[in-house]
Design a protein around this ligand. Structure first.
Ligand code: HEC
Length: 278
């Protein structure tokens, strides 16, 4: 009875060693966690937020203020989430949960940025169009050519005429007017995407070599992304990079995600999330 047990233990040890080498996993116990609050955005595309008379932030936006600058105070959302779930902003079907926190950690080395998300994906989605995936987690990084990329994060790609917006063309995906965003996505069905957003959304052929791994323990998802510092958005030690995160919970598709405002990751620099050097 001793031999099989021993070989099992050895096998387990080899597996553990193999897995950690393959992923070059950072020591997450050394990376601080920042809670970023994602929310159901309703129908509030760039045209709405920058439109005269509809959104009182539009004037500040023109002067260069960022979404997060007005809507996040001491790490908390300053936003009328009830309004976002009401018929005024969500004409189709609102999710049961308007907002929830996503724990974000980050680390970097000479060639990669690592990001770990920890969250409980709420049930009660208002849209269950993604039959294949219960949950998807996506992060995007605008490069410096994207108009207002640093100021608005993902909103630079969120337009009134894209799929799942009321009355829009179902083939038209999100886009930016100039520049490019890196897009990386983890899907609970097991696939992940290294993509980009240019004049359309591309789920493949990204420049950041992104990979993603995820698991669920109890009701908590842990998703780890690895991307190169190189990409459409060029990341570098000593600098902060703008990003936004989106979670599609409970089989939600299209715009029925919970999203963050523009946030930053400081690579050994100041930022909403501080990436530690490994
Ligand atoms: C100068 C400050 C300012 C900026 C910048 C700003 N907002 Fe607002 N925003 C407001 C104020 C004030 C309201 C509430 C009153 C209203 O509806 O106009 C609001 C309302 C909203 C609402 C509706 C929910 C609510 O609380 O009433 C959404 C969604 C929103 N903003 C998103 C954004 C996004 C996305 C950006 C960036 C692209 C942004 N805002 C930039 C000040 C700002």
């Amino acid at each position: 009875m001793k031999t099989p047990r021993k070989s099992l233990a050895l096998f387990a040890a080899l597996m553990a060693a193999g897995v950690s080498t393959a992923l070059a996993a950072p020591d997450w116990s050394k990376a601080p966690t920042t809670n970023v609050h994602v929310f159901h955005p309703g129908v509030a595309p760039l045209e709405w937020v920058s439109g005269k008379g509809e959104h009182s932030g539009a004037t500040g936006l023109k002067k260069g203020e960022s979404c997060a600058g007005c809507h996040i105070e001491n790490g908390k959302l300053s936003l009328d989430v009830k309004r976002l779930l009401s018929k005024e902003m969500e004409p189709k079907s609102a999710p049961k949960v308007g907002t929830y926190p996503v724990g974000i950690q980050a680390a970097y080395d000479a060639s990669n940025l690592y990001i770990r998300l920890t969250f409980k994906a709420p049930a009660g989605s208002g849209d269950k169009s993604d039959k294949e995936n219960e949950v998807k987690a996506t992060i995007m990084f605008p490069n410096d050519k994207v108009p207002m990329g640093e100021q608005v994060g993902c909103w630079a790609s969120c337009h009134e005429d894209v799929r799942t917006m009321p009355g829009a063309d179902d083939k038209k995906t999100k886009y930016v007017k100039e520049g490019a965003m890196d897009l990386m996505q983890w899907r609970s069905s097991g696939k992940s995407s290294d993509g980009s957003v240019t004049t359309k959304r591309n789920m493949e052929g990204g420049k950041a070599g992104a990979t993603a791994e995820g698991s669920k323990t109890g009701d908590t998802y842990t998703v780890t992304f690895t991307r190169k510092l190189a990409g459409n958005a060029a990341l570098a030690a000593g600098k902060a990079v703008t990003f936004g995160v989106a979670i599609h919970a409970d089989h939600a598709g299209g715009r029925f995600h919970h999203v963050s405002f523009n946030q930053t990751i400081g690579l050994g620099a100041d930022g909403d999330v501080k990436a530690v050097k490994q």
